[in-house]
Design a protein around this ligand. Structure first.
Ligand code: ACO
Length: 428
């Protein structure tokens, strides 16, 4: 007999089905709870709430496992490339050679963005954070492709929208950077691969060709793979929630970019570098900063430490730490903040406060150091995260759509004033 959970309320017993995933994760299915009992559950921050069943990504935070469509992240980072991983996430299987070639060719057909969109960029102040620009321009794509507003336009056209977005997003991101430094934008070059093209649009100048360094290309490719999906995190849940109202793909992804921006999520990679720089300028001793992080009267947190689901280690951080050493060695860069980062990790990992709370370096702890070695400015770190996360967001949006999931609409427990009569302003 299948397992059930029993809930006793006001002398009555209710049976709730238990469902089990392919990796033996269990959930009490409360879909009918309110209808049966009149009660709702309260779970601030959704720490115990499964919002969906998904085929895309499996992660086990206790043992540090991360798999896309069943494939371990370590194998994908070592042997695959970002475009293949994007295909895997969106379509569910590794592509054949022909499928991958077609996928790549289709993306190349759509890398340009409408010329009128160039004018958007000149209207943004150069000091604008590029995440705000990327989110706005991504949403604005929906105005250039109004057919994307129709959620029932058929699989071929929806597929075209997904391809368009994958193709245009690196252009949108690189142009946000060019705008921020007052340089002319660089158009995509379709003879280049996805990652090469992005780097070229970031660093090439009309006056000077950018020389692509295979070390940099490989490192960026790996970083994008590691960021490509992470099941129901804050930004992905935002994409699914926005999409559940049948909002179009562009606006749903723009909502995801906005959610990613925050310092407790994707914005942490920029904050890590700013923190390490501050520690360096303060003399480089890490003990004071570890003490500050532990002090409950001090709002300072060790950025790049801790994770909502990883409670032993973040498997992505392990791969990135090694990639960071490799990139800096191969490029011959000596960055003093790498030494500070390693010292900080060492001290924190042996400190009772961090051990007790299971706080370990997360994916963002070392990624910023690599980005910096590549010449990518701090403001762009979270944009890079978004470029990596895009295939995951698209895959999750598409899964939500194909599953015909209902509109997301959490409930609440109201604790405000009881009903009261309106008082005229003269009498207040
Ligand atoms: N430095 C110091 N203390 C911390 C840190 C930290 N980085 N992270 C958590 N803690 C402490 C909290 O103060 C809390 O202590 P308490 O139990 O004494 O009150 C305890 O550890 C649990 O922390 P929560 O905030 O409840 O854990 P939660 O799972 O809600 O938050 C989060 C996870 C947001 C990632 C948190 O660890 C954090 O703020 N880290 C720093 C920001 C960061 O690196 N974010 C990137 C996450 S990875 C990603 O989004 C890609």
């Amino acid at each position: 007999m299948s397992e059930t959970a029993k809930l006793e309320l006001q002398g009555k017993t209710f049976e709730l089905p238990v469902i089990e995933g392919t990796e033996q994760e269990k959930a009490i299915d409360i879909n009918d709870l309110r209808a049966q009992t009149g009660y709702i559950t309260l779970d601030s921050g959704y720490k115990n709430t499964g919002a969906t069943v998904s085929n895309i990504t499996f992660l086990d935070g206790e043992t540090g496992i991360l798999r896309y469509r069943g494939y371990p992240i370590e194998q994908l980072a070592e042997r695959s490339d970002f475009q293949e991983v994007a295909y895997l996430l969106i379509y569910g299987e590794l592509p054949t050679k022909t499928q991958l070639e077609n996928f790549s060719e289709n993306i190349k057909l759509h890398t340009l963005i409408h010329e009128d969109m160039r004018r958007f960029y000149s209207a943004f102040p150069t000091f604008a954070h590029p995440m705000g620009v990327v989110s706005s321009v991504t949403c604005a794509l929906s105005s250039f492709y109004p057919e994307s507003l129709n959620p029932h336009r058929g699989e071929v056209k929806i597929n075209l929208t997904m391809t368009r977005l994958l193709a245009k997003f690196p252009t949108i991101a690189a142009w946000a950077y060019k705008n921020s430094i007052g340089h002319p934008v660089i158009y995509p070059k379709n003879k280049l691969g996805y990652v090469e093209n992005f780097l070229n649009m970031m660093f090439s100048m009309p006056t000077e060709e950018y020389e692509l360094d295979p070390v940099v290309v490989n490192a960026l490719d790996k970083l994008l793979i590691l960021h490509a999906d992470h099941e129901q995190n804050c930004s992905t849940s935002t994409v699914r929630l926005a999409g559940s109202s049948q909002a179009n793909l562009y606006s749903s992804i723009a909502a995801g970019v906005t959610a990613l921006w925050g310092p407790l999520h994707g914005g942490a990679n920029q904050e890590v570098i700013e923190m390490l720089d501050k520690i360096k300028d303060d003399g480089g001793s890490v003990d004071k900063w570890v003490e500050k992080a532990k002090d409950k009267n001090d709002s300072f947190r060790l950025m790049g430490f801790g994770h909502r689901v990883y409670k032993n280690f973040d498997p992505r951080a392990k791969i990135i730490k090694k990639a960071c050493d490799d990139v800096l060695n191969r490029l011959g860069i000596k960055d003093p903040i790498l030494e500070i980062a390693k010292k900080l990790e060492e001290v924190a990992l042996h400190d009772e406060y961090f051990i007790e709370r299971k706080l370990y370096p997360n994916v963002d702890f070392y990624s910023g150091i690599i980005y910096r070695a590549m010449g990518i400015p701090k403001d762009m770190f979270t944009v890079l995260f978004a470029v990596g996360r895009l295939p995951g967001w698209i895959a999750q949006w598409n899964e939500m759509r194909l599953n015909k999931e209902p509109i997301g609409r959490p409930r609440q427990i109201y604790v405000g004033p009881k009903v009261r009569d309106y008082i005229n302003i003269a009498d207040r």
